[in-house]
Design a protein around this ligand. Structure first.
Ligand code: AMP
Length: 180
């Protein structure tokens, strides 16, 4: 990435614009707040360029609500693909498909429309902001697999390497722009 300050690695830009927040949202969690990164014009553009490279062959970019959806929409706009937001439980009108899962800070449920869009056979890349234990991306992969979609890869901005997420969702390829 080339900025007014010269050429720098996207991973370094991500690290410099990520705010580490201790004990949020629960005690013991070191939360990666990417808000400053997303608000920076050059950094956001570089992140979307890099993630768009990963998703270049996808027909649909699926993002995990809410930060993953924000990124997914920007990638889809860049690539000219469709976008799907994998929603938190209770946000979509019925009928829906649901998956329960456990993430680094507790259990949750995610949903997609059951029959209002055709997903069978479509090539999908799933996007999220942070990969921690892999519970979230694993559930998203299972959810999309139930529709007959072809999930080819996952892409994240930050991978927390100590939490085993990549192994948890193997053999799905995971592309991370930075590791912490
Ligand atoms: P996991 O399912 O454990 O991989 O958790 C990943 C999901 O939870 C992503 O949607 C993240 O937005 C969120 N998440 C988990 N841990 C963190 C963290 N330390 N900082 C920021 N977001 C996190």
């Amino acid at each position: 990435m080339t900025t007014a300050r010269g050429t720098v690695l996207v991973a370094d830009v991500i690290a410099s614009l990520t705010r580490d927040v201790a004990d949020f949202p629960t005690p013991g969690i070191q939360f990666k707040d990417l808000t400053p990164l997303f608000a920076d014009r050059e950094a956001m553009s570089a992140v979307i360029d890099a993630l768009a490279d990963v998703a270049a062959s996808a027909d649909l970019v699926a993002g995990i609500e809410s930060r993953g959806s924000l990124v997914a929409a920007a990638i889809a706009a860049r690539l000219g693909t469709g976008v799907l937001s994998i929603r938190k439980a209770g946000k979509l009108p019925p009928p829906v498909l649901s998956e329960n899962y456990t993430r680094e800070y507790g259990a949750a449920s995610m949903e997609i429309p059951a029959d209002s869009i055709e997903l069978a056979g479509r090539s999908v890349v799933i996007v999220d902001d942070v990969l921690a234990t892999g519970g979230t991306l694993g559930a998203a992969t299972r959810l999309l697999a139930r529709t007959g979609a072809d999930v080819t890869a996952a892409a994240v901005v930050v991978e927390l390497t100590g939490l085993g997420g990549r192994a948890a969702i193997a053999p799905l390829p995971v592309h991370s722009l930075s590791r912490a």
